[in-house]
Each structure stands twice: as C-alpha cells, then as structure tokens.
Design a protein around this ligand. Structure first.
Ligand code: DGJ
Length: 713
C-alpha cells in the first residue's frame, strides 16, 4: 500500500496497510517557524474518500501556560520549546544548550515510505522521521544528522525510534511481560497509572526482566474481541519504552534503544540511525493482535520462515561440561533412534572447558575430549541421518583463557577501573572491528570445517563497567549490538544453509531485531513443563511458535524437581519447535518408544503448529485447564492440558475458534471417544467438545493432542 496524501492541506499524509491507517501532518508555527510533526489518526483503515477529505479537527486547545495537548501527538517530541512531556529526542548542543528548535524542511513519499525532515539551523542538526507500511505493521525510525559545518559536537541523551499516541478512549489498560532468568515472559495486565511508566533493559541485551513490546486497550478487549494497539521495538541491546498517561487523559508510548544515563556524542558530519519501532492496530482482541504479530514476523522478519524447524537434541542438561566424543555419540545414537533431526553439542566442547570458569575465547575442540578434533563426531552424527550443530558464546571471554591473556584490552572496561566478572566471564567489545574480525574468522572456520547446520549463539552475562578507551565510550551500548548483528549477518551470508538460535541464559535475547538473523530463540532455561506453559503463553503474545524452541527434559525436572509425565512434557513442547534435552541414556525402552511415537506425531502436525494461526482457547496455562489451537488450511490441531485435577470444577468442554461454521470437521487423531467423530464447525465453536484430559476424574498432568480435518464439501 502506498503513502497517500490525506486531507486537503499540503503536508498531511496517510500511511496505510490493508486494515490500518496512520495519518501524519506537519504543523508549523507561523510566528516562529517551529514545526511539530503530529499524528492525526491511528486506527482502522478509513475509506479513500474519508482520507482524502479533512479529518474532523482536534478539539480546541485551552490556552494554558502549563500544558500543550500536542506533546503526546508528536511523532518525535523534542526537549525544547514549550513542551513538558516525555521527550523522544534530547540533545545538548555546544554551550550546554538543550532546546531543540526544529523547522520543517521537506517530505518524501517513496512507495510505502514517508520521510519528513526537520532541521535546527543554528546547530546544523537534522532529523529524518521515517514511516513505512510493512504488511499490517507501521514501521518507524529516526535518523539524526549533524552538518559537517556544525559549530560543534552534540551529546544525545535520548533518541527514540518514535512516539505513538494511543487514540483517546475512556480508559487505558496495559498488557506486557515481566520476567526473570528461569521465569521469562510472565504476562501482566492492568490499568495504566497516570504518570510515566517506563519499561527498560540496562543490561546491554533485551533482558529477561522485560520484553520490548506493549499492548494498550481501552480496558474492554478480551482474547477474541476488541481494539488493541501494540508497539514493539526491534532491538537487542538496552532499550527503554515509556508509556505517558497524562492527567488530561492522553496516552503516548515512546520507545528506543539505550537506557537512561549513557550519552552518545555526535560529531560534525556524523549521523545516528535508530532501530525500528513497530506499531500495530488490530481488532479481534489480544488473540488477533498476536496472530498479526506472528504473520508479520513470519512474512517480514524471519530469515527462513517457510522452512519447518527440525526436531533437535541438545546435550546441555544431559552432560553439561562433561563432554566426550563417545558420550556425545552415545547421545546422538539414542536421539537419532527417537527421530531427532539435528544433534547439537552444547557448552563444554572447546579448549580446557571443564567448568564455567575457563575456556571462553579459545574456540577450538578440546584435545583431551576430542583427540582427533570434532570432525569424526559430526560425520557420525550425519551418518546417523541427523544434521550437526554446536553451542558458542562469541561475545564472552574467561580471564582464564589464551584469548584474554593475549588481548586483555578487548573487553568492555574503563581504564583504571575494576573489571567485575560474572559467571567468571567478561564481555568482549563487539563495537571493535578487530574483535568482530576475530569472531567472524573463527566462526566461519568452525562452521565451514565441520559443515555445521546450526549454531546456538549464547550470551551469559549483562554488561557492567561498559567502557572503552577514548571519547566514544557510551556508543558501545549501540555499537556492540550492531557488531553482533553484523557478524551474524555476514556469517549467514557466507553460509546460507546455517540456522541460528539466539540464547542469553535462556530467553534473555528475544526480540524482533535478533529474529532478523536468528531462526529461533531459546525460550528459557526453565524446562519444567508446567512453568513452561506460562512462559510460552507470554511469549506467544508477539512471537510465533516456529521461533520458540521447547525441549522435553527429564523428570524430576532439574530445576523444579517436579515429576511430570513424558506425554505431558511432550505436549507442552509440541506447542513450539519441539526438541529433546533430556539425558536419553537414562531413558527406559518404554520411554524411548513413547518418545519416538510422540516425535513422529509432532512431525505430522509440525506444519500446522509452526506455520498456522494460533488461538489461545482458554484457561490459565500451567495452572488450570487450558488449550491451544493451531489452524492451517484444512487442518486444526488442538493441544489441551489439565495440569491439576480439580475435582468438579470446569470447564469441561473446549470451544474451538476461527473455524468455517458451515464446514464439517472430522477428528483424524485423538484418543477415544473422539477419533472418527464429525461435527459442524459452528457446533465446535458454539457448543464445544469434551476432550478426554478434561474429564473430572483423573490424575494431575493429563493432556490431549486432537487433530481435526475439514471434510471437503
Ligand atoms: C545458558 C543456556 O541458556 C543453556 O541452555 C546452556 O547453553 C548454558 N548456557 C551453557 O553454558
């Protein structure tokens, strides 16, 4: 969809998608020339005639010396002029001047993209505000440029990708996720207090503690009904998202890279471009918002979205650092026998890596563990019919390593200050070209020599003492992340078949920036099936099933000590990219047989789970009866869970969603008495079906996999 000229005034545009319109206008003060770029509308797409005519005007402004309603409507409110809201751009000019005075210079309409340029003449600073329709999403970002002839450098305290005004409603409610390592993506929903609510990461990565997205509704949206506005940031370093709910009733969300504190120095002739912030308006409740995010991720973000992600085995929970060629081969044989397609050796394979206090940085196979190198192991893995993958943590170094002894200056540090280790490791500075070259060099060799199909790229500590010698220290918060992106992009370019999993101590680096170069993410180090249901539920709000890696591990679970039956563990992991992370050497023959059967079932439903549309049908996942439905073409896959036998408390029937009401559906897979039954789509949605695992009498941890096929009419 193109950018349209909207209304009858010259500087008004509508950026439209199939379902949404986003209308932008420039308003210049006739006396001072100061420009504000204002959001006039964001919501359902209006007919062409309505967009071509002037929109009803904003309410008249109260003449106030304390408040200006336009602050929240600006696409990039600056610190400067008569503004008191949250600035999206904050700079300090030479002479400690902090007032930006932009005038409007031009606008370009280029296919799907609108770029509005503003300029502060006195200091030679220009800002491009970009707006682009990509699928159903409005993408926005900012480029800041300082003239080569500018009077001096500027310090940038905040440069957000963009500010979004949420249209006026009677109330505003927030939905997002908080978390922690081992408990990522916990959904929280509540009224947004009047004030400024900031969600942020200061750790240099996306973080476990929050995820850079927010959904706003008027307090009336349900899973299947209601308008929802979402904003998400495509960035994998520190970030900040502020929801500003003003006493006068307006609500705006501004988001961008970086956190409070660091200041970026822009010298004359330099420019700085933000990552993209994404806005999505949907009707159809939180479920529709999630489905739209999934579609956008698959169609416009993921590097290889049409592929089926393979069932992988990962050695971490089985062997930790106790890696040997024979031990891994033993795991590989057993994994291959249950249907695994990709065998991944996790941590512990490289030089002197017997524990977490040494070895990071020395990325060659440990001679004691692999006297002949790892080629033989990977060849055997391939002989067993599986592809080969390996764990790496390229951004890290242990002080006890040959790399650190040779290059102590490569880590984040301030001269003369302590370098505190966490997990006995320090962060390599990927803002440095020599560090990036080094990383790309060994990664390229490793992948090429071993014909690796997969890398798990881990990152196990937050940034501290994040400095580098010279004047550009704070820039590394941005440049490290860009450096990681650059290495990943180049590695993929050199090895087009390589697939990558992003991991950061579990789900600490999950975002729409890393997903441009990572095919999937490690969801959490908490592999307990019941906890996982809540974690996966939160993650599903934005990220689709085909990026969410989910392992079946042992019982009792090593973290929670909970005993959950194998079938339930599988059914939970089948809701994403199924993998096995158990010590399969300890499995009985019955376990292995059951696993083989469940892996085969997953492969049969995989296209539907990984590429279909998701309906979160009901329940509090992991706590009450709950169910997920995936639909692709004529197939409908339902995963139903009953973790906790609650006697007579319901629900007892499961109502499906999004079916063709006029079609008949047949149960082609499912336990008695469902198998072979036929019902109308309308009945399945209105009346519901009794799934066996929801029967009131029975033990904890019952689950069902039910597959319906639409009967051709
Ligand atoms: C943290 C990851 O989340 C784990 O899965 C595992 O790869 C360890 N690191 C290895 O050190």
């Amino acid at each position: 969809m193109p950018v349209l000229r909207a209304g009858t005034r010259p500087d008004t545009w509508a950026v439209v998608t199939g379902t949404t319109a986003y209308v932008v206008a420039v308003e210049s003060d006739p006396a001072t020339g100061e420009a504000r770029v204002l959001q006039r509308y964001w919501g359902p797409r209006l007919p062409g005639d309505a967009l071509a005519a002037p929109l009803p005007p904003a309410p008249p402004r109260v003449d106030s010396s304390f408040f200006d309603p336009r602050d929240t409507a600006e696409l990039l409110p600056v610190e400067g002029g008569t503004r008191w809201g949250v600035p999206s751009l904050q700079v300090t000019y030479p002479g400690d001047i902090r007032s930006v005075e932009f005038r409007y210079t031009s606008a370009r309409m280029d296919g799907e993209r609108l770029t509005v340029t503003l300029r502060d003449d006195a200091f030679g600073l220009e800002a491009d505000l970009h707006v682009e329709a990509v699928g159903e999403v409005i993408e926005r970002w900012t480029t800041l440029r300082l003239d080569a002839s500018a009077p001096g450098a500027v310090a940038v305290g905040r440069l957000d990708s963009g500010n979004w005004e949420i249209p006026e409603r009677d109330a505003y409610r927030y939905t997002g996720v908080y978390g922690a390592q081992l408990l990522e993506n916990q959904v929280q929903r509540g009224e947004l207090p009047v004030g400024e609510t900031t969600f942020t990461s200061r750790s240099g990565t996306t973080s476990h503690r929050a995820n850079p997205w927010i959904m706003i509704d008027a307090g009336d949206a349900t899973e299947e009904h209601g308008e929802v506005w979402s904003v998400a940031l495509a960035w994998s370093g520190s970030w900040r998202l502020t929801a500003q709910h003003r006493p006068e009733g307006d609500l705006a969300v501004t988001a961008g890279f970086g956190h409070d504190g660091p200041r970026w120095r822009l010298a004359p002739g330099e420019s700085l471009e933000t990552p993209r912030v994404l806005g999505l308006h949907t009707t159809g409740g939180f479920g529709a918002a999630s489905r739209a995010w999934h579609a956008y991720t698959r169609e416009h973000v993921s590097p290889a979205p049409r592929e089926d992600r393979p069932v992988l085995y990962n050695s971490w929970e089985a062997t930790a650092f106790d890696v040997t060629e024979e031990g891994q081969l033993d795991l590989a044989r057993r994994a291959g026998a249950i249907g695994v397609e990709l065998f991944v050796v996790d941590d512990g394979w490289f030089h002197r890596r017997d524990s977490d206090d040494r070895g990071l940085g020395d990325w060659w196979p440990d001679r004691a563990k692999f006297p002949e190198g790892m080629t033989r192991l990977f060849d055997r893995v391939r002989d067993l019919g599986m592809a080969a993958g390996l764990w790496v943590e390229p951004e890290m170094v242990n002080p006890d390593s040959e790399l650190y002894r040779a290059h102590p200056d490569w880590v984040l540090h301030y001269p003369g200050r302590r370098r505190d280790t966490l997990r006995d490791q320090l962060v390599l500075n990927f803002a440095r070209e020599d560090v990036r070259d080094w990383a790309l060099g060994w990664l390229d060799r490793l992948v090429g020599e071993h014909r690796l199909a997969f890398l798990k790229w881990d990152m196990n500590r937050g940034f501290t003492q994040a400095g580098q010698p010279g004047e550009r220290s704070d820039m590394l918060w941005i440049e490290h992340t860009r450096g990681v992106y650059a290495v990943l992009d180049e590695l993929r370019r050199r090895h087009p078949g390589l697939r990558i999993e992003s991991c950061s101590g579990g789900g600490g680096r999950v975002d729409l920036g890393i997903l441009r170069r990572a095919d999937q993410v490690w969801t959490s180090d908490n592999t307990d099936a019941r906890d996982r249901q809540g974690i996966q539920h939160g993650m599903s709000h934005v990220y689709p099933a085909n990026v969410m890696a989910a392992w079946v591990t042992d019982a009792p679970n090593p973290i929670t000590m909970r005993e959950v039956p194998l079938r339930y563990r599988f059914h939970v992991a089948m809701a994403g990219v199924l993998a096995v992370g158990a010590d399969v050497r300890r499995w009985s023959e019955e376990d292995a047989d059951e696993a083989r059967e469940l892996v085969a079932r997953y492969k049969a439903i995989r296209p539907v789970v990984q590429h279909g549309t998701l309906h979160r049908l009901t329940g509090d996942p992991g706590v009450t009866r709950s169910a997920l439905q995936y639909t692709l073409d004529d197939l409908v896959v339902v995963l139903a869970y009953n973790p906790y036998a609650t006697g007579k408390r319901g629900p007892r029937r499961l109502r499906l969603a999004g079916l063709d009401p006029d079609a008949v559906y047949e149960v082609v897979e499912g336990d008695d008495p469902l198998k072979g039954a036929r019902w109308h789509g309308a009945a399945l949605m209105a009346v519901g079906v009794a799934v066996p695992s929801w029967f009131i009498v029975g033990p904890d941890y019952r689950s069902d996999l039910v597959v319906f096929r639409k009967v051709p009419s």
